[in-house]
Ligand binder design. Structure first.
Ligand code: NAG
Ligand code: ZN
Length: 360
């Protein structure tokens, strides 16, 4: 009898697993086919590649030294806030002071949300600080780490904003997180890194009454509103290889690869070879801003190449290290991924007038 019960419960567990796997595969398939070829082409046409050039309006402001607690960092914060205002998105800041190996340092994470009342959020995140190095002949600028990822977030927001206005599903929205203090100051202390994300993840465990929490679901914490977090890091160098880091978001990874292959077929990206390694799961861990969120069971898609760019944490990680075709490909792919995720069709749907005015 006992053995029979064990057998039954094992079978049940197996069935549950198969069901989950099936649902996961369905998510990827639905995402890949959410938009028509014509809609994907329309989205690709929204590109303004000059904005992502080293002297372009989204990238240039990030290509400066921006160590936490310094004037350069504050200038970048100012730029992020200005762009948030221009977009008209909801702006939140999470400022705090912490003792670090460099003394007491002020940090500020910045969060921009398209429709703060929407209960589910697709989060796109990157860190805007640059790593501290002792003064030397050249400054560390961190073009791939993570100036380009930050510029890509603005490229995404500005190019899709109009569609998100007309978007008919009031349930899910886009939220951008710009993390401060990702980098270690010294690195000898295992706690000396991801200062900003550690703080925000802990802060968002508590319910906030106004205004981060939608009125419809007042008892949820901001963390509970996150559907999926996509973290971009070390992007912009030639020939990146992205790996499938987490089994529980593998479907989204495969969806990205599937959308990329549609873009390749439509000749909308620069190359025919995929940037995504889909044949096996990555083994090993990378410490980055996603860690405090993964620890709190937030599903994370980590878009960081491995191996890291050759210029990683050297003063050569500057504008000369960038491959503009890679950046351009990535900007189109992210746009198509987000539009597919939100099922935001470029052609306005007639049912738009049925939406509650609050959510428009
Ligand atoms: C996803 O997998 C990671 C790594 O195995 C785990 O730490 C995390 O808790 C999982 N998240 C969810 C939402 O299940
Ligand atoms: Zn770094």
């Amino acid at each position: 009898m006992r053995r029979f019960t064990t057998l039954c419960s094992s079978l049940l567990a197996l069935l549950q697993l198969l069901l989950v796997l099936h649902l996961v595969a369905q998510v990827a398939a639905d995402l890949i086919t959410a938009l028509t070829d014509q809609e994907i082409e329309e989205l690709a046409l929204l590109s303004k590649p000059e904005r992502l050039e080293p002297d372009g309006e989204f990238l240039a402001p990030f290509l400066v030294k921006r160590v936490p607690g310094t004037e350069g960092n504050r200038q970048v914060q100012k730029f992020i806030l200005e762009q948030g205002k221009k977009l008209g998105w909801f702006i939140e800041t999470d400022s705090f002071t912490q003792d670090t190996p460099m003394g007491s340092i002020d940090f500020t994470n910045i969060i921009l949300t398209k429709h703060p009342q929407a209960p589910a959020r697709l989060v796109l995140a990157a860190h805007f600080d640059s790593k501290y190095f002792a003064p030397g002949p050249a400054d560390f600028i961190g073009a791939t780490d993570s100036a380009v990822p930050c510029a890509l977030l603005f490229d995404l927001a500005f190019s899709l904003d109009h569609y998100l206005d007309q978007f008919t599903d009031p349930y899910t929205t886009v939220q951008l997180i710009f993390f401060d203090g990702e980098e270690a100051f010294v690195g000898a202390d295992p706690n000396d890194f991801i200062w900003g994300s550690k703080h925000l993840a802990a802060y968002w465990e508590r319910p906030t009454l106004f205004p981060a929490t939608p009125s419809a679901v007042p008892y949820k914490t901001p963390l509970e509103h996150i559907d999926l977090m996509v973290l971009l890091d070390l992007i912009g160098a030639p020939a990146p290889i992205f790996n499938d880091y987490f089994a529980n978001t593998s479907d989204y990874f495969h969806a990205l690869a599937g959308l990329e292959s549609r873009l390749i077929k439509l000749f909308l990206v620069s190359r025919h070879k995929s940037y995504f390694k889909t044949d096996r799961q990555f083994v090993g861990g990378i410490i980055d801003d996603h860690v405090p969120f993964v620890q709190r069971n937030i599903p994370v898609l980590h878009l960081i190449p491995h191996p890291f760019p050759k210029v990683w944490h050297t003063t050569k990680d500057d504008a000369d290290a960038l491959d503009h075709l890679v950046i351009h490909d990535f900007s189109i792919l992210m746009r198509v991924f987000v539009a597919s995720y939100l099922k935001a069709h470029p052609t306005p749907a007639p049912s738009i007038s049925k939406m509650s005015p609050r959510l428009r």
